[in-house]
Design a protein around this ligand. Structure first.
Ligand code: KG4
Ligand code: ZN
Length: 383
């Protein structure tokens, strides 16, 4: 089965095409036929964060070129025509409508079976651009649509390796850490989720982004802070400052990162102008504090729920220190708990994970009537 995935939940526009076969288990396999991504980080860098309406405009510009490139990579781009009236679907997306009209008028219907599109969680104005694009293509090509939860995409991309499912057993505990989420989620079976805890204020990626902004560094802040921290950690230098580990001992699986960011702000304000070395010390202590809290709660959940597998997903799971610290802590725990991590380049948003989740949703017959698919900014994984 060939699935086209479309992702526009935040600031990355993604279009991917996979060919997948088999059910959950050893007979599942997939191939990436095409994968394209346009990052808007440069657009948003100078503002320190994402402006939804600006991001929606960028998605409108990016989608058709990415579709073109994905189908070309897959060898499925053929001259011809599949002209179709999409004006009733892309009412608010006039730039996208013009580009898509032109595209459909010059290319034949590609041989695909289904379109998977992110319908939440994320920024609603940007989600709608992807959803309406998917609806227009589904109508022109007469293929079914399957709506996908973005967070499920992050989980599934961590659960595959080399075109197959990684071997693991349940219960599966997922630590989802991104720019919008910090969640611990338990699965007793494939694609069923129970939310154990989540952040009460800022997401951990958001905290990285805000600390970077305090340092005058561009968005996204995670890789910037990580680079500064790594320079000192590599030289075995201990930071001279200390930051709190919010909620590390609380009797639940919730998180809080707003206080940590405020503590950093106070230090930054008290040490103006901030030296390069001070930035590195703060970055190191901040990264350690985030890792300590995330890992302490994850270990407690492993113990309480007898998790046999731990999975990390979302943009912050690209963080080298968090990965290494978690791997070491799990190894020392000594029960043979398996750790699943995404390839770093697929930890941040992409459409491959959406196509993958779309395949497994399609397997469960979770197609939806186009008219019923709506953007849901706070869509939850728990059913
Ligand atoms: O999953 P993602 O691409 O988008 C959302 O769904 O939010 O995550 C983006 C977040 C940003 O906050 C970014 O700063 C953070 O992931 N991030 C990192 C790293 N790479 C990306 N945070 C810490 N260390 C990194 N290496
Ligand atoms: Zn994400």
């Amino acid at each position: 089965m060939r699935i086209l995935g479309i992702e526009t939940s935040a600031d990355e526009t993604g279009v991917s095409l996979i060919e997948a076969d088999g059910a959950f288990g050893a007979d599942f396999s997939f191939k990436t036929l095409g994968n394209s991504l346009a990052s808007q980080t440069e657009t948003h860098a100078r503002f320190g964060g994402i402006f939804p309406n600006m991001a929606a405009r960028e998605h409108q510009k990016n989608l058709v070129p990415l579709l073109h490139s994905t189908l070309e990579q897959a060898g499925l781009l053929h001259p011809g025509s599949c002209a179709h009236d999409i004006s009733g679907i892309l009412v608010r997306e006039s730039d996208l409508a013009a580009a898509l009209d032109e595209f459909l008028a010059h290319h034949t219907r590609p041989d695909i079976d289904c379109i998977a599109v992110t319908h939440g969680p994320g920024l609603e104005p940007t989600l709608w651009v992807g959803i309406n694009c998917a609806k227009a293509l589904a109508s022109a090509w007469r293929v079914p649509l399957v709506p996908v939860n973005h967070m499920e995409g992050h989980i599934l991309i961590s659960a595959v390796t080399n075109g197959a499912l990684s071997r693991f057993s349940f219960p599966l505990l997922s630590l989802l850490i991104s720019g919008g989420h910090t969640e611990l989620v338990l699965s007793e079976e494939w694609m069923r989720y129970k939310l154990l805890g989540q952040t009460r204020d800022d997401a951990v990626g958001e905290a990285f982004d805000k600390v970077a902004r305090l340092f005058g560094l561009p968005y996204p802040g995670g890789p910037q802070i990580s680079r500064l921290a790594t320079e000192l950690r590599r030289r075995n230098v201990a930071p001279n400052i200390s930051l709190p580990r919010p909620m590390i001992d609380s009797d639940d699986y919730d998180f809080s990162f707003a206080g940590l960011k405020t503590a950093v702000r106070r230090i930054v304000e008290a040490n103006q102008p901030l030296s390069e070395n001070m930035k590195k010390e703060i970055a190191l202590e901040f990264e350690n504090a985030c890792a300590d809290v995330l890992i302490a709660k994850t270990m407690r959940a492993i113990e309480e729920y007898g998790a046999e597998t731990v999975l990390i997903g979302g943009g912050v799971s690209a963080n080298v220190h968090i990965r290494a610290h978690l791997a070491e802590t799990i190894a020392n725990y000594g029960t043979g708990t398996k750790l699943l991590v995404p390839p770093p380049e697929l930890a941040t948003d992409n459409a491959l994970m959406i196509a993958l989740a779309g395949y497994f949703r399609a397997q469960k017959n979770k197609y939806a009537e186009p008219a019923s698919i709506r953007a849901d900014g706070t869509l939850s994984l728990a059913t």
